[in-house]
Write a protein that binds this ligand. Structure first.
Ligand SMILES: Nc1nc2c(c(=O)[nH]1)N[C@H]1C(S)=C(S)[C@@H](COP(=O)(O)O)O[C@H]1N2
Ligand SMILES: [Mo]
Length: 385
């Protein structure tokens, strides 16, 4: 017996085929759609354009959108795998003979390759970002966003092309591939149900095992969560002072914060900051990696600090930190956030002096902001002109 490439017919199990593919496809499309929209939202929230109706309220909005983004991303993984399994025999379809049909065939295959490639890239790069492993040289954020457009574009094209097949598979006849003449067909339907049930269960399990990092009641269930909710002062730490190379400067007793507005400048020691009127607010840290946690923060409102240098509270403020290594050493607080009295330069967390890893001597905490922009170890605030 000679060796030969398998043919589609060799690989047909009873659960393969459009009925399975379409049903998994609906769940996958839903998860991917939510993941796409919340992802674009996150991208916009990093640097809100003026046309975007987003501000400091509601304070937990980003917590919800980013929690959904990461949860639906993880939910997609088993669905994507099952969907690929349900169609893989088609990889061995032989191209048609007439050359016109061949062009259409190649175009269709090409668009599927782009869709599968970009979808796999999104879930893999997203998952690796969550575990903070960056085995690549490109910018995660820019690439993940660009590929999101490629994936959603090819998905829309794919659904449009397959609409007749999807319609037939899901159409008036609830079990379109059931042939009443064929006694075996009841089993085919049962097989398909098993595959679908397994896909949904695996997807729900993946979500449960990770989503607890954002949903308080689930924390104990979510053994796969990257942040279990533990950390000094009841809050996980994303990057320690040591990792950011901030330990030395941040623990210097001669620390001063500089607040600058044009040529007006005020320098404040930590004792000076503690002597200013203090405000306390309950606000979440909502990391882009999906974990989030509420905490009680006490400190000086950024707008009160601007008043010391006669700056309008409706100004953008550039925040710089003492960090010497890695990204996110600085951020810009947009005017709408600065004007909000809940936007703090925090000195205390959950009733205690900030620990070094949470940003001692002072750090930014603002409502409805991506975690990466809640800058720790702050040494400078400068009104942007
Ligand atoms: N200077 C500085 N601030 C930073 C970071 C950083 O790497 N450097 N990480 C940010 C990220 S990604 C998050 S999620 C929050 C987490 O705050 P926490 O470590 O106090 O929980 O801090 C933010 N502030
Ligand atoms: Mo983060």
């Amino acid at each position: 017996m000679g060796l030969r490439l398998p043919r589609v017919e060799d690989l047909q199990s009873r659960a393969h085929g459009p009925a399975t593919t379409s049903r998994v496809g609906i769940w996958l499309g839903l998860a991917f759609g939510i993941c796409f929209l919340t992802g674009i939202w996150s991208h916009l929230q990093y640097d809100p354009p003026s046309w975007l109706p987003v501000g400091p309220s509601p304070a937990s909005l980003y917590r919800v959108t980013q929690g959904l983004h990461v949860a639906t991303g993880f939910a997609s993984i088993p669905l994507l795998l099952v969907k690929l399994w349900s169609v893989y025999p088609r990889l061995f379809l032989r191209p048609p003979r007439p050359s016109g049909a061949l062009v259409v065939h190649l175009l269709e295959r090409g668009s599927i390759a782009v869709l599968v490639g970009s979808a796999l890239f999104q879930v893999v790069s997203g998952a690796l970002n969550v575990v903070q492993w960056y085995p690549w040289a490109f910018s995660f954020r820019a690439t993940h966003e660009a590929m999101a457009w490629v994936a959603i574009g090819s998905l829309v094209l794919h659904v449009a092309v397959k609409l007749p097949v999807i319609r037939a598979a899901l159409g008036a006849n609830p079990d379109p591939d059931r042939d009443p003449e064929d006694p075996d067909d009841g089993e085919a339907v049962a097989d398909r149900r098993t595959v679908l049930r397994t896909a949904l269960l695996a997807s729900a399990a993946t979500t449960l095992l990770t989503a607890g990092q954002a949903v308080p009641g689930l924390r104990r269930v979510s053994v796969f969560a990257v942040r279990d909710g533990d950390g000094p002062q009841g809050l996980p730490v994303n990057r320690t002072a040591e990792a950011a190379g901030a330990t030395e400067a941040a623990s210097d007793p001669d620390f001063v914060l500089t607040v600058r507005h044009g040529d007006r400048e005020v320098r404040l020691t930590r004792a000076d900051l503690a002597a200013l009127p203090q405000r306390t607010h309950r606000l979440p840290i909502a990391c882009v990696e999906g974990w989030s946690r509420q905490a009680t923060w006490t400190g000086v409102a950024v707008r009160d600090l601007l008043a010391l240098v006669d700056a309008d509270p409706g100004s953008d403020v550039r925040v710089t930190s003492m960090q010497t290594r890695g990204a996110f050493a600085s951020s810009t607080l947009p005017a709408d956030w600065v004007a909000d009295h809940r936007t703090l330069l925090a000195l205390e967390l959950n009733g205690e002096t900030l620990s070094l890893d949470h940003g001692y001597p002072c750090r930014v905490i603002a409502p409805n902001r991506p975690g990466v922009l809640q800058t720790k170890w702050v040494e400078g605030l400068e009104v942007a002109t």
